[in-house]
Design a protein around this ligand. Structure first.
Ligand code: MG
Length: 301
């Protein structure tokens, strides 16, 4: 196994079980907790070393992905409210819910760039899949990736060539945006062998446009739902059989097997090098030697 990634053979240590389908993890340094969604359970869970797993909030309108804003606030996606919202100490307010008057489908995952812009994916799982939101229509007619500019209050489409955009992350210098397409997983649950199960890379121009899309990673077992990029530019992707690690050009350099299908993951812990892995109903921890690219970029200011 790659010595830059792990000190020894990596193992996934079980921390907690009891979610229905766990998604959307974020490490909150202030409280030293991991917060994540239980989407079908319509609740947000919290894990910390002292207390283990607790319920943070219930009846949350099917939140999914989340990340930290520049001031430590939690930015999260809500399938049920079809919006991106902010949680400041339990006070939840809307950030954005429409594009040119049409509601989003069901924002799935979100990242905040170093300039404060909020980039998020908008597939249709939350309006088409039973138990993960409310049934609804595609109002703007696509399934796109958007960039929300807090200065103008407007969302602009940045990627429109994916069938079901899902996870997303920037390269360490934010010159590349990676977005996964999980359209092999249809909202109906029917098999869709011709659908996507890959991650595409886009060159980011002027911090606001995406160009030259190309597929860099294809996951063979399952789909790359959520993923993260580490400080060296490696992609850490979820898959059906664990976490797979790739170089920026898509060469696989590590695997951490898990007993269950992985939905999402994030780096955290006191030194930022613990990988928290959400696999179906359970939360696992993996010791690594790397930190999240965005965290390192922000710590350099
Ligand atoms: Mg997702």
């Amino acid at each position: 196994m790659h010595p830059d990634l792990f000190e020894s053979e990596p193992t996934a240590e079980l921390l907690a079980s009891g979610a229905t389908w766990a998604e959307g993890p974020v490490w909150i340094p202030e409280s030293r907790t991991l917060r994540f969604s239980d989407i079908p359970g319509d609740r947000i869970l919290s894990w910390c070393e002292q207390e283990g797993l607790t319920v943070y909030a219930e009846g949350v309108e099917f939140t999914n992905g989340r990340t930290l804003g520049l001031r430590g606030e939690v930015v999260q996606c809500s399938h049920g409210r079809r919006r991106v919202e902010v949680d400041r100490g339990g006070d939840v307010t809307e950030l954005v819910s429409t594009y040119r008057g049409a509601r989003f489908n069901s924002p799935n995952d979100v990242v905040v760039a170093s300039d404060g812009a909020v980039w998020f994916t908008d597939p249709s799982y939350g309006i088409e899949k039973e138990g993960e939101g409310h049934p609804g229509e595609l109002e703007y007619g696509g399934r796109w990736v958007f960039r929300f500019d807090p200065a103008t209050g407007e969302a602009t489409p940045v990627v429109t060539d994916l069938e079901q955009p899902n996870g997303l992350a920037f390269s360490p210098d934010e010159s590349i945006l990676y977005v996964s397409d999980t359209s092999t997983d249809l909202p109906s649950g029917e098999p869709n062998p011709s659908g996507g199960h890959h991650i595409r890379a886009y060159d980011v121009r002027d911090g606001r446009r995406c160009m030259h899309g190309r597929t860099v990673v294809t996951i063979q077992d399952g789909v790359p739902d959520g993923f993260r990029v580490d400080e060296h530019g490696h992609l850490w992707s979820s898959a059906g059989d664990g976490v797979h690690v790739f170089t920026p050009d898509g060469r696989e350099i590590g695997v951490v097997p898990t007993p269950r299908k992985v939905g999402n993951l994030c780096f955290g812990g006191d030194d930022g090098t613990t990988l928290f892995v959400l696999a179906s109903d359970s939360l696992y921890a993996v010791r690594t030697r790397v930190r999240d690219a965005a965290q390192v970029l922000r710590s350099r200011g």
